[in-house]
Design a binder for this molecule. Structure first.
Ligand SMILES: Nc1ncnc2c1ncn2[C@@H]1O[C@H](COP(=O)(O)OP(=O)(O)OP(=O)(O)O)[C@@H](O)[C@H]1O
Ligand SMILES: [Mg+2]
Length: 287
């Protein structure tokens, strides 16, 4: 099931001078530009209210930018109507900040939901059923080590388990792009590390382009410096000079502006008082 490394890397998500202004007032997003290429990981940092979730919602067509252009999988999606966005979204794994599981559905029904509602099946072909998608649902839940919880309801699970069900639901369609909004928020450090390990495993086994919003620098540090070894089934620290170190970049948002984009090493030497707050290397900083 591992996705082959594509021969040519392609641009998965691109913002071009994207601004968002609600009515009169200061911009919520102010001319944000970036490109994320296949197989890359982006860690999106920034204070509360800086515009991180808004950015993710624009990438999903849930909010429309006032100015600028958005490209998903190389296509200009800026003017897409809701039907076309529905199609685009079915190719993206999403974990919302609030979790977003359906409380009235079982774990199995929650994870099956994207498969049963995929635009690509609705357009024609055989409509999937709960039975036909069950093996995929089981596999996605096994991946997050919750294979035995199929018939439970979200209320019967812990916060960390609910987050993992959310990851299973997002990954069940094998998306090329996965957007995680604060997947470790409110979790203890051990559970948070388990979640990040799952993200690393997912990007390694499926070559998933990964965007993660987080307040924990530790999350970015793990994603930037470790890879998953399928043979040992463990995380391994990347050696100095590994080309994999370049695939993870950090972005810092401040009041709707993208004020930093670069590697962990570049973040560590930033002298900007706001940006350097998101780094874990105070010893290298000049105050
Ligand atoms: N639908 C909306 N209407 C008006 N303002 C909004 C809307 N959604 C978000 N905002 C405003 O946009 C700004 C950015 O919000 P956003 O949710 O992106 O912050 P964030 O960086 O995700 O913060 P946090 O770390 O707390 O999740 C905030 O000032 C928020 O009040
Ligand atoms: Mg947010």
């Amino acid at each position: 099931m591992a996705r082959q490394e594509p021969k040519e890397r392609r641009c998965i998500l691109k913002f071009e001078e994207v601004s968002l202004i609600f009515e009169e007032g200061h911009p919520i997003l102010d001319r944000v530009s970036f490109e994320i290429w296949s197989g890359e990981t982006r860690i999106l940092l920034g204070a509360a209210g800086a515009g991180k979730t808004v950015m993710m919602k624009i990438a999903l067509g849930l909010l429309r930018p006032t100015n600028g252009k958005v490209y998903v999988f190389g296509e200009d999606v800026t003017g897409f109507d809701e039907r076309k966005w529905f199609d685009v979204r079915s190719y993206i794994g999403i974990l919302f900040q609030e979790g977003g599981l359906f409380d009235s559905l079982t774990v199995e029904e929650n994870v099956a939901y994207p498969l049963l509602n995929q635009a690509r099946f609705m357009a024609g072909g055989k409509k999937p059923t709960a039975e036909s998608v069950r093996p995929d649902v089981q596999e996605a839940l096994n991946f997050v080590e919750l294979g035995k919880t199929m018939s439970k309801f979200p209320s019967e699970l812990s916060g960390g388990m609910r987050r993992r069900v959310g990851i299973a639901r997002g990954s069940v369609t094998d998306p090329e792009l996965f957007l995680y909004d604060s997947p470790t928020a409110g979790l203890d450090p051990i559970t948070a590390n388990t979640i990040i390990t799952l993200l690393i495993k997912d990007r390694e086994l499926r070559n998933t382009t990964t965007v993660i919003i987080t307040h924990r620098f530790q999350d970015g540090n793990l994603l930037a410096n470790f890879r998953y070894n399928p043979e040992s089934e463990k995380l391994e620290k990347l050696p100095a000079g590994s080309p994999f170190l370049e695939r993870t970049k950090f972005m810092v948002m401040q009041n709707g502006r993208l004020v930093f984009e670069g590697t962990e090493a570049e973040l560590a030497i930033s002298k900007d008082p706001y940006i350097s707050k998101f780094s874990m290397h105070p010893a290298t900083k000049v105050s």
